[in-house]
Design a protein around this ligand. Structure first.
Ligand SMILES: *[C@@H]1O[C@H](CO)[C@@H](O)[C@H](O)[C@H]1NC(C)=O
Ligand SMILES: *[C@@H]1O[C@H](CO)[C@@H](O)[C@H](O)[C@H]1NC(C)=O
Ligand SMILES: *[C@@H]1O[C@H](CO)[C@@H](O)[C@H](O)[C@H]1NC(C)=O
Ligand SMILES: *[C@@H]1O[C@H](CO)[C@@H](O)[C@H](O)[C@H]1NC(C)=O
Ligand SMILES: *[C@@H]1O[C@H](CO)[C@@H](O)[C@H](O)[C@H]1NC(C)=O
Ligand SMILES: *[C@@H]1O[C@H](CO)[C@@H](O)[C@H](O)[C@H]1NC(C)=O
Length: 450
């Protein structure tokens, strides 16, 4: 009799406590718990057993065992926010990860409505919504910033460019800010060495040869997944942004749920390129192929070069020459075009939308031909720019284009065809930043907590 009453009281108490936990993040208002020799905050996970899909969570002064998924499930994975995800769970990144028997593995298919922003080769830009432009600025710029988030705390990607010719730049120093507590710096040179080193909150870290590694915030929270494929580094943030850092391209991928909340050199992401040249103050400038004002407006706050800190000074290294920097005559252009078309034919024949790489390739060959690309030693020696003879330079450029267009081709092949863009612009129901389902988990586990 007594036992039954006690049990009922425990269950009632734990339901009341659970109601005050919005998620498993230690933000509850209940009493903390003692766990071993340390204290755990209300609603915080004290320990997890991923294989058994079991978590120990502090619920208003009591450590409670909670199952993820069904009562007999196994093979869960520890993920973002130190939360357990059930076996089979797939993240919503544009390069999704799936939990398979306690291991995170990259998924082959790319979700529909995913958008890709690129800076590639000698600073050609493609926005999320598909506008192409060239910009030879040499400072640190905001590629993407989550606009409606708290000042300086939201997800963002910044890129500092490096000079590789009189009139040519390439992305050199990338900063991936998942949130203000998780900041990753990658430079082109360190990404190229065998260990792929990067700087995570001021500490050097290498990208593992195999498997997936979690990066943690300064408070120890799991916030970014990292892995490598060939020469590329993949970063997947809990912000749902994906960054792919390769030798000749930098991609930022955004899923549909971020539509309407991103801006920067990658454009205002909303499946419509008309407003891609939106400035930080929300003014929409007309689209151009060779913009000056728009990219200048996106200079980042932190700069290393003095000229980049001065207002009103052009930070394009081709200052004075506006518009197209290629001065070749039509015969020369025709020749470049034939060369570029030949190497890219393999992709363009199947994906005509990739034809813009021919124009970029022509531009790079032209700049190399007139001595504007590849004649100045870059600040840091980089094997990619080592070719000095004009013929060597042409070869490097063509090889680069086969790589960057080939990557883009693979990306398109991995995405299911989309017949109607309105499927992407329709309102989204919820973001599923994972939270354990409190209501179903609590009842099974409350009883054997004590
Ligand atoms: C931990 O990170 C997740 C996202 O990965 C976030 O939702 C949560 O609020 C963070 N928790 C803490 C205590 O910082
Ligand atoms: C890579 O790491 C290994 C092991 O830590 C080290 O021996 C090697 O020198 C590193 N290579 C480079 C290029 O830093
Ligand atoms: C990233 O790099 C910049 C420039 O070198 C540096 O000022 C900053 O402290 C670095 N950030 C982190 C978190 O290491
Ligand atoms: C670029 O700007 C961002 C934001 O101000 C900063 O975090 C980053 O360290 C800067 N990068 C460099 C190389 O200065
Ligand atoms: C751009 O202007 C600066 C200062 O006005 C000058 O030193 C530099 O040589 C110019 N660059 C080019 C490519 O004309
Ligand atoms: C969105 O929510 C509504 C009602 O809440 C539901 O009917 C609809 O099926 C949901 N759409 C998707 C794509 O989940």
């Amino acid at each position: 009799m007594m036992g039954i009453k006690m049990h009922a009281v425990v269950v009632l108490l734990s339901i009341a406590a659970i109601a005050s936990c919005r998620s498993i993040d230690g933000e509850g208002s209940g009493r903390p718990c003692a766990f071993g020799d340390r204290m755990v905050k209300d609603c915080e996970i004290a320990a997890t057993m991923a294989e058994k899909c079991l978590m120990m969570v502090c619920r208003d002064g009591t450590i409670v065992e909670e199952m993820v998924g069904g009562p007999m499930d196994t093979g869960c994975c520890l993920g973002f926010g130190n939360v357990l995800y059930s076996n089979g769970h797939q993240t919503e990144h544009c390069m999704p990860m799936t939990c398979k028997d306690s291991v995170w593995v990259p998924e082959e298919s790319i979700p529909q409505c995913c958008a890709q922003c690129r800076v590639y080769s000698y600073s050609h830009y493609t926005t999320f919504d598909g506008h192409h432009y060239d910009w030879q600025g040499i400072c640190n710029y905001t590629m993407v910033e989550q606009s409606h988030s708290t000042e300086g705390h939201g997800a963002a990607v910044f890129v500092e460019m490096d000079r590789v010719g009189k009139c040519a730049t390439t992305n050199y120093h990338t900063t991936f800010r998942n949130d203000h507590l998780t900041i990753v710096n990658i430079t082109k040179v360190s990404a190229l060495d065998e260990n792929m080193t990067m700087d995570v909150n001021g500490e050097m870290m290498t990208v593992p040869d195999q498997g997936v590694r979690f990066l943690v915030s300064t408070t120890g929270n799991r916030t970014v997944m990292v892995y490598r494929r060939n020469k590329c580094i993949f970063l997947l943030g809990s912000s749902m942004l994906t960054l792919v850092h390769c030798p000749m391209s930098l991609d930022i991928m955004a899923p549909r749920m971020l539509s309407g909340s991103l801006s920067g050199l990658c454009g205002a992401f909303n499946y419509d390129d008309m407003d891609d040249f939106t400035t930080p103050v929300g003014e929409v400038q007309p689209l151009e192929m060779f913009p000056e004002d728009f990219p200048e407006m996106w200079r980042a706050e932190a700069q290393t070069m003095p000229m980049c800190m001065q207002d009103g000074v052009s930070t394009s290294i081709c200052n004075g020459t506006k518009g197209n920097k290629c001065l070749a005559d039509s015969d020369a252009l025709e020749e470049y075009k034939t060369t570029c078309q030949n190497v890219l034919q393999q992709y363009i024949s199947m994906r005509p939308e990739l034809y813009f790489y021919v124009a970029s390739c022509v531009n790079d060959l032209c700049l190399a031909g007139q001595g504007d690309l590849g004649t100045v030693t870059s600040m840091t020696p980089d094997p990619i720019f080592a070719a000095t003879t004009p013929a060597g330079m042409v070869e490097v450029i063509l090889r680069n284009y086969i790589t960057v267009a080939g990557q883009h081709f693979q990306y398109l092949q991995r995405m299911p065809p989309l017949s109607d863009l309105s499927a992407c612009t329709a309102p989204v129901n919820t973001t599923s930043i994972p939270v354990v389902d409190d209501s179903s988990a609590s009842h099974d586990s409350a009883g054997h907590a004590n």
